[in-house]
Design a protein around this ligand. Structure first.
Ligand code: APR
Length: 229
């Protein structure tokens, strides 16, 4: 069975109603990134960080996967599919994808600030005073700027054994995620679906790249249909 590696960013969830980060009206336009998504921000103003992710967690209850998420699940009829996502939402899970690697963490999980291996499912607001079983404050289970990416090695291994790659809705600006495509075996077919693709860095060097300048909800089902034929 051939293996398809899917690399998704905020754009795959945009048409479900979740803002991207760097588009006009993107999340980072209204927020100072380092205040809400860095260890320094957490140390400086824990309430602000908790509130930012509480809003994201609340929004997640109101959105649903779109046809792009569902089309990716459908690929499993014929291929081994690994979804490597930078997104912290759970829309790939809701659409039924079986193998998902969250590079930047998950909104619906929290972890202990004292014992990082203590991770809990968490779907409601997280507040100051919410503690792990050993008495430490809980924090969002999100990879913040300046923090290491624990799932990176697993993601690299998957990329090294991929046959076909589909990059969807990412500005390819945030490393190490954007560098993963460099691990695609030479000559692999690589699709990149994005209405405003950023062809730079690793992508420039890839011979098998086909850019589809389109939104996820139209571009992704079209590729999936082609691959399932
Ligand atoms: N369909 C597909 N792609 C879209 C759509 C759409 N409907 N709408 C927007 N996009 C594309 C944009 O053109 C852009 O290239 O989605 C991309 C979004 O880019 P970013 O906002 O930079 O999001 P992403 O690449 O996922 O960001 C990476 O940055 O701040 C961090 O941790 C955060 O995981 C995130 C990381």
């Amino acid at each position: 069975m051939k293996k398809i590696i899917i690399l998704t960013g905020a754009g795959v969830s945009a048409e479900s109603g979740i803002s991207t980060f760097r588009d006009a009206d993107g999340l980072w336009e209204g927020h100072d990134v380092m205040s809400v998504a860095s260890p320094q921000g957490w140390d400086k103003d824990q309430e602000l960080v908790l509130d930012f992710y509480n809003q994201r967690r609340r929004q997640l209850k109101e959105v649903s996967p779109n046809v792009a998420h569902f089309a990716l699940k459908k690929l499993e009829d014929k291929y081994e599919v690994v979804v490597i996502t930078q997104n912290v939402d759970n829309l790939h899970e809701q659409a039924g994808s079986s193998h998902i690697i969250h590079l930047h963490g998950e909104l619906n999980k929290v972890r202990s600030t004292g014992v990082p291996s203590l991770v809990y499912d968490w779907t409601d607001d997280l507040n100051t005073g919410d503690l792990c079983e050993q008495g430490y404050q809980l924090r969002p289970h999100i990879v913040w700027f300046g923090e290491s990416v624990p799932m990176l090695e697993v993601a690299i291994q998957q990329c090294e054994s991929g046959d076909v790659f589909i990059i969807i809705g990412t500005s390819m600006q945030v490393y190490p995620a954007a560098g993963l495509i460099a691990y695609a075996p030479k000559g692999s077919k690589i699709y990149y679906v994005d209405p405003n693709p950023n062809i730079s860095g690793e992508l420039v060097r890839l011979s098998g790249l086909e850019v589809i300048k389109d939104k996820a909800t139209t571009g992704v089902p079209a590729i999936v249909e082609k691959l399932l034929k």
